[in-house]
Design a protein around this ligand. Structure first.
Ligand SMILES: *[C@@H]1O[C@H](CO)[C@@H](O)[C@H](O)[C@H]1NC(C)=O
Ligand SMILES: *[C@@H]1O[C@H](CO)[C@@H](O)[C@H](O)[C@H]1NC(C)=O
Ligand SMILES: *[C@@H]1O[C@H](CO)[C@@H](O)[C@H](O)[C@H]1NC(C)=O
Ligand SMILES: *[C@@H]1O[C@H](CO)[C@@H](O)[C@H](O)[C@H]1NC(C)=O
Ligand SMILES: [Zn+2]
Length: 339
């Protein structure tokens, strides 16, 4: 009686909620410093350069003697960005730079005072024109390659280094403070967010690491998570993504030959036998097997170095595996057939 009661309780509990997954504990180096009572933290990088974070998102502002430049305005930081600035200077916000068009980084821009002059890459304007949004006013000034923004005693060098995470995503460099802002590429202390930070161009994503390292920076602000980064964080992210590229390329070679547990032909035959006329099922099974192979192999090397490999390692491996097929031409099971 008691036993069947407890089984019933378990059944009803599992019917009420989705299963909650448990992941590896977060290493201390990836845990963010505490937030203030209002739910944010301000970090100073000297000479009027400040980062504002809620330990999930990051924005920056630069205080000059002729107004304040804001970089991005994540909606989840919201009014705390204005409070952070208001507690540090009486200077008005006069300029805003958009890193790229994504809402999660600039969708709080609508709360900035009117009259703020906005600067972005021209592709950011193209995207914003496609999705009109009062929370993301169109930029007033656009550029294609490079733009130097000088406001009073502050200077930011904006540069487009090619497509990576999203077309229009720019490098923003403060040469005096040696601070580089590059959003959604590197995730200091952590594995990249799902699908290599939801990247749209994997080759450009990989290249962005060397492009970042070419700058003379001490601090890199990357838009996400618990802290800013340094050169070591960029090196680690580069090592992770290059290792993933290598292990996934290896998976293509293994999958192209018969007689192993990721052989594409065997997986396709077994999958199509139970899912006739459904080529999606075969492709998904092949890509999943390859991504598990390389995801597991790369995760094993990095799980003690960065947090979250067990959370998004597979999604990153799947993105890399699919990009090797459609973007980077790894061949393997998908190489030219014949004659
Ligand atoms: C610019 O001026 C502001 C306000 O006086 C000051 O806080 C900041 O350190 C100065 N920055 C530079 C780069 O000179
Ligand atoms: C200073 O910050 C607090 C919250 O942290 C906020 O309530 C207050 O309005 C801020 N002051 C200014 C002048 O923005
Ligand atoms: C495939 O085989 C390798 C080594 O033989 C093993 O480590 C791996 O777990 C296997 N993968 C699957 C999906 O069975
Ligand atoms: C390989 O990766 C898959 C998907 O992430 C996971 O379910 C599986 O447990 C891993 N296998 C090993 C041997 O780590
Ligand atoms: Zn983005």
């Amino acid at each position: 009686m008691f036993k069947s009661f407890s089984i019933l309780w378990l059944l009803s509990a599992s019917a009420l909620a989705d299963p909650v997954n448990t992941y590896l504990p977060v290493p201390s180096q990836a845990v963010g410093p505490p937030l203030n009572a209002a739910g944010y933290r301000v970090e100073s990088y000297g000479k009027g350069a400040y980062m504002v974070t809620n330990n999930q998102y990051q924005a920056m502002f630069f205080v000059s003697d002729k107004g304040v430049i804001v970089v991005d305005a994540p909606p989840t930081i919201g009014y705390n960005l204005l409070y952070a600035i208001g507690n540090i200077t009486d200077q008005p916000i006069t300029h805003q730079v958009y890193s790229h068009s994504h809402t999660d980084h600039i969708g709080g821009s609508g709360i900035l005072p009117s009259g703020v002059k906005r600067i972005a890459h021209y592709l950011t304007k193209v995207y914003l024109e496609d999705t009109p949004d009062a929370n993301r006013p169109l930029p007033d000034e656009i550029f294609a390659d490079a733009y130097t923004l000088t406001v009073g005693n502050q200077t930011l060098e904006l540069k487009y280094e090619g497509h990576n995470h999203h077309p229009g995503n720019i490098f923003i460099y403060a040469p005096v403070q040696k601070v580089l802002i590059l959003i959604d590429i590197i995730f200091p202390g952590w594995v990249p967010y799902s699908a290599l930070g939801a990247t749209e161009n994997v080759a450009g994503y990989i290249k962005a690491h060397d492009q970042a390292l070419a700058y003379d920076f001490d601090v890199i602000v990357t838009g996400h998570l618990t802290r800013s980064g340094n050169r070591k964080d960029v090196e680690i992210s580069k090592a992770y993504v290059l290792d993933l590229e290598q292990t996934c390329t290896e998976a293509y070679q293994i999958a192209a030959s018969p007689g192993n547990n990721i052989s594409a032909q065997a997986i396709a035959a077994a999958t199509l036998a139970v899912n006739p006329n459904n080529p999606y099922t075969a492709l998904k099974a092949i890509l999943t097997a390859m991504a598990e192979y390389c995801g597991n192999k790369t995760n094993g090397k990095f799980q003690d170095v960065i947090a979250g490999t067990d959370v998004y390692g597979f999604e990153n491996a799947f993105k890399m595996t699919d990009s090797l097929r459609i973007e980077l031409d790894a061949g393997g099971p998908f190489a030219v057939k014949g004659p």
